[in-house]
Design a protein. Structure first.
Length: 277
């Protein structure tokens, strides 16, 4: 039977956040849960977090969860779902600004996710799509929890076997399927788009979900951004070197002394001599 340390009430009474179970009181893993993660389920959420660039939020004012227990019903405190990836806006990056989350507990956080992404697998596809009938006394499926309880505004599904990307937007309490143009979907609330990108990530070439900007440019990962900056710096260095060499060639044609040319251009005398030769 589930229990957690009871907190004695005071006058004035303590807030529900202090008296209800927290992530420290609830289990963070269930080894019997269906849909065991594979390598794709580990890498794809990492890419979503790595390419998420929110201009309207500080880095410490949103949270992305990957395969993390999401507790949603205080009446049944052990009931949870485990989204492959989700984004919550307006919550601190760290729990209470100091600890990494063991799970995401709705009655403690007070903020539902804005986006949930589920990666379809044979064992969980029916639940992810809200298919099949619900038996009496059976916990609601993911679709019902995201739509009816958490009211997550955007629900995305991706099937890595056929690279099918589906988007649903909450409208008057019901998920409505959206038209996907060119495997891309714009999310106005984030000023970002989510789409299917074909390329290499972590040494694997395939179709991946990743974010793109208002110019429909794929947002780079930190590693990709570093490499782009390195290549740009190298190009600028090479262009500057070519300009200096061009100036040196003109000075050589003007019959200036090698030492003078070196002083004017900043090139080593040996390099100027090679240009002369």
């Amino acid at each position: 039977m589930f229990s957690w340390p009871r907190v004695a009430q005071t006058d004035p009474p303590r807030s529900p956040r202090e008296t209800l179970p927290t992530m420290y009181d609830l289990p963070s893993e269930d080894p019997n849960e269906p849909g065991l993660p594979d390598e794709f389920h580990a890498l794809q959420p990492q890419l979503l977090s790595a390419t998420l660039s929110l201009s309207g939020y500080r880095d410490d004012n949103f949270f992305t969860g990957m395969d993390l227990n999401l507790y949603y019903d205080i009446r049944h405190p052990l009931c949870h779902k485990r989204p492959d990836w989700f984004l919550s806006l307006g919550v601190p990056r760290l729990y209470d600004h100091h600890d990494m989350r063991l799970s995401y507990v709705m009655w403690q956080e007070g903020v539902s996710p804005t986006i949930v992404v589920e990666l379809l697998s044979p064992g969980t596809e029916a639940e992810d799509l809200g298919q099949g009938s619900r038996q009496p006394n059976q916990a609601p499926g993911k679709w019902q929890v995201y739509q009816d309880i958490l009211r997550v505004p955007y629900y995305f599904l991706f099937d890595r076997y056929d690279n099918q990307f589906r988007a649903f937007v909450l409208n008057q309490g019901i998920y409505e399927p959206q038209t996907i143009d060119n495997q891309k979907f714009w999310v106005p609330a984030l000023n970002l788009g989510l789409g299917v990108w074909q390329g290499h990530y972590q040494g694997i070439h395939r179709s991946w979900l990743r974010w793109y900007d208002a110019n429909e440019q794929w947002i780079p990962t930190p590693q990709e951004a570093f490499e782009q900056e390195r290549q740009q710096a190298e190009q600028e260095r090479q262009q500057a070197e070519n300009k200096i060499q061009a100036i040196a060639q003109k000075l050589i044609q003007a019959n200036l002394d090698i030492v003078q040319i070196a002083e004017i251009t900043g090139l080593p005398v040996e390099d100027v001599q090679q240009l002369v030769d």
